[in-house]
Design a binder for this molecule. Structure first.
Ligand SMILES: NC(=O)c1ccc[n+]([C@@H]2O[C@H](COP(=O)([O-])OP(=O)(O)OC[C@H]3O[C@@H](n4cnc5c(N)ncnc54)[C@H](OP(=O)(O)O)[C@@H]3O)[C@@H](O)[C@H]2O)c1
Length: 361
């Protein structure tokens, strides 16, 4: 005779059990959003089973999101990654989900492993699919071989319908001919604001305070973050683009690039004079500065461009991302997707939407 479970226990067993990694800007916004959904009765089927940053974690049967904004207990394992495996070791009736709200190589390197264990991965961390080619291939293979899903909408465009559109086009037999994009919300905001009245370095500091830049703004200024996004978009189009195939022209010089973490803030002013020159030169031609990523067969690059005002990529304001896609279907006139592409709230919303979508399957 099978054991009779109390309704509450049955509900938990069938629920999606979530472990959240990362309690920075995005992770905390995820917790606030989960709390809000609970309050409004919209989080049915989601159970928060663990929350950890790189040092501490908290676990429970059904954690209250707002009470775990600051995990206090040391992790029961040496690191958060093994801790996820421990928390998700039991196979229940519901889905097991990891939300990756870190920028950690180590966490990204586990994505394929979790998928292979049947654990869904919902990620804002671009180092999974935007990292080494072999890692992307492992993630694809792990997805194809099991039932676990990979939610990556938050990795490019902070949830804008970019990846799903490209995948729908290619699934429908369309061939992507080129992708051009303003892919960094933080850099879009910086060059939208940069009119010469304030030094560029001042704007970078403000962007960091607003949560637009990566934790270390050099990730944005080096073009590394945009390169990852271009890799993710190209790979979603079915192109096995390798990291070294993307030519990146960074905004920062050697001194800023190699400054120690505590020296970055002071070294930011090295950006001011050269970028002011670029701004003046662009303006004298009636052009706008934008940090642009481009892919077409045989050529991929990231760099600052002075765009004529009628250029498809010259538009958009604030943190808007703008992506222009030419394909066999959109040959004459491109498909253009635009919208806010940075910020902890929109990124968290994209992550939670994907978890809800998984839970409904
Ligand atoms: N901010 C945005 O607008 C935005 C938009 C799109 C995507 N993203 C992406 O979202 C991710 C998070 O961004 P963020 O702005 O929230 O960064 P953040 O504020 O620096 O937070 C990162 C968090 O990750 C934690 N962490 C690092 N390694 C870990 C590990 N091994 N296990 C568990 N936790 C670990 C850190 O822990 P400690 O506190 O212990 O250091 C910290 O809590 C990044 O990949 C970023 O690229 C951000």
């Amino acid at each position: 005779m099978s054991a009779v479970l109390a309704p509450e226990v049955r509900r938990r067993e069938a629920a999606s059990r979530i472990v959240l990694l990362g309690t920075g800007g995005v992770g905390r916004a995820v917790l606030r959003r989960l709390a809000d959904l609970r309050e409004r009765g919209l989080a049915g089927g989601l159970v928060l089973a663990g929350v950890a940053n790189s040092r501490r974690g908290v676990r429970g049967d059904d954690l209250s999101p707002l009470q775990v904004l600051n995990p206090v207990a040391p992790l029961s394992r040496a690191n958060s990654i093994d801790w996820v495996d421990e928390l998700h070791a039991t196979d229940g009736a519901g889905r097991r989900v990891v939300i990756d709200a870190t920028a950690s190589e180590l966490v990204a390197a586990r994505h394929a492993h979790w998928l292979a264990q049947g654990i869904d991965v919902v990620t804002a961390n671009k180092l999974g699919q935007g990292g080494p080619l072999l890692r992307w291939q492992a993630i694809r293979a792990a997805q194809a071989s099991g039932r676990a899903r990979y939610g990556d909408a938050a990795t490019v465009g902070a949830g804008l319908p970019l990846l799903r559109t490209i995948r729908a086009l290619t699934a429908g037999g369309d061939q992507i001919a080129s992708i051009g994009g303003v892919l960094s919300g933080s850099l879009a905001w910086l060059f939208d604001q940069f009119d010469g009245t304030r030094p560029f370095s001042d704007l970078v500091r403000e962007a960091r305070e607003r949560g637009y830049t990566e934790p270390d703004p050099r990730e944005d200024l080096s073009g590394a973050d945009v390169r990852r996004k271009l890799l993710i978009l190209a790979r979603a189009s079915g192109i096995a683009l390798d990291e070294h195939e993307v030519a990146v022209t960074p905004l920062l010089d050697e001194v800023l690039a190699h400054a120690r973490a505590e020296g970055v803030d002071a070294a930011l002013s090295r950006l001011d004079a050269p970028l002011r020159l670029r701004l003046d030169a662009a303006r004298s031609r009636g052009a706008r500065l934008r940090l642009v990523a481009r892919w077409r067969p045989g050529s991929a690059g990231v760099g600052l461009e002075a765009l004529a005002l009628d250029d498809e990529l010259a538009h958009g304001a604030g943190t808007d991302n703008r992506v222009v896609i030419h394909s066999s279907r959109y040959r004459e006139r491109p498909l253009v997707i635009q919208g806010p592409g940075a910020g902890t709230e929109v990124t968290a919303a994209a992550l939670v939407d994907e978890v809800l979508d998984l839970a409904s399957r």
